[in-house]
Design a protein around this ligand. Sequence first.
Ligand code: PGA
Ligand code: ZN
Length: 438
Amino acid sequence: MHVIYHSEYDEAFLIKSVRGRWVLDSRGNPTVQVKVVTEGLGVGVGYAPSGASTGVHEAVEVRDGGREFHGKGVGRAVENVNKMIAPAIIGMDSRRQREIDMKMIEMDGTRNKARIGGNAIVATSIAVAKAAASTMDLPLYQYIGGKQADLLPVPMLNIINGGVHAGNKLDFQEFMIVPAGFSTFSEALRASVEIYHELKNILKNRYGPQAINVGDEGGFAPPLEKTREALDLLVDSIKAAGYSPGDQVALALDVASSRLFNRDRNVYVIEGQELSVDKLIDYYSKLVNDYPIVSIEDPFHEDDFEAFAKFTSEFSHRILVVGDDLFVTNPERLEKGISMRAANAVLVKVNQVGTLTETFAVIDIARTAGYRTIISHRSGETEDTAISDLAVGVRAGLIKTGAPARGERTAKYNRLLEIEEEVEKPKYPGFSVFPRKP
Ligand code: PGA
Ligand code: ZN
């Protein structure tokens, strides 16, 4: 039965209940889920994802400590939803996202959401938007972006995992394929899945069955040590699937280099070698010359705006230079980066900043400066698909949401397939979101 209280009744949008609870994320850790119901019986459920390679400037997750869940419990964060946030926003109009987000920020009162918790706040912020959309009977991407939300994102699929996401010795965290040379999202996804399975075959044949274990984001975590071995495997898999590397499927890296930086010695340690910024730029330069790379994320540590700027001045016409831990989806850090020409793209993670309102602000700032926006999952995820709707709703053009395997990753791709079918004339931007075809 469909309840017919509708948008003509403003009361329908008033928040009737807010309920937080703990649920599990994809790494088997507890996280916050929030359910918001409106008077019109619109329902929105939001979740807090969780990073492993978190930047030091991110919004803080409130966790309980102590013995339960090895200290990772979210009992306090859930209580903050039920005892602080709920009484403050019940009765408010769920369409007033900004007012609701600002109210939570004010109540928290810290710079990094450390009191109420970024996890409590982000799950509520997303749940409120979904509840309003549901009250209007609109899909979330249309609630965010209106009827003109018709641009599907180019996915960047992390199919070889290293760094803190895997138990191997690869220094770089993510080795991605980028199926930009197709005319629709679904064709691009099909090619990616075929490549993923070719990679699995190649790994099994070359390294044995233990090499097909997967890391946190569903990519394989083979016992490799060298960046070039991983990149060669990607190229071989693309070819084995019958596609052309560079022309149809490009490559991307997330170095997540804060973990590779030795502060005392002021060097990056890559494959046992100590590299200065200049030497590291040479290293990247050779990779970009030898492989069809279209994007490098976090090539330098999270506070090294200068090194980013140097690299960007040399490479922004060839690849996306993406700030993740550098910007942490934070408007002030992004403004600083823009004024220093530190990058040409920003990774957008709602839980890094903590609310949808601040996320939209970051996307606006990026767009005005001509920066590309990549909507991103976290390594610890849930079945939530809000980021798929967000990517389409804001016409981001790019999404990073892991390998095409494991339920919490496929949920996002499956939602995009659904949206592609629902939208009247879906568009796929292909290589136009990159500085050039490699
Ligand atoms: P995280 O990794 O979710 O563990 O932070 C993702 C990334 O670095 O892009
Ligand atoms: Zn990253």
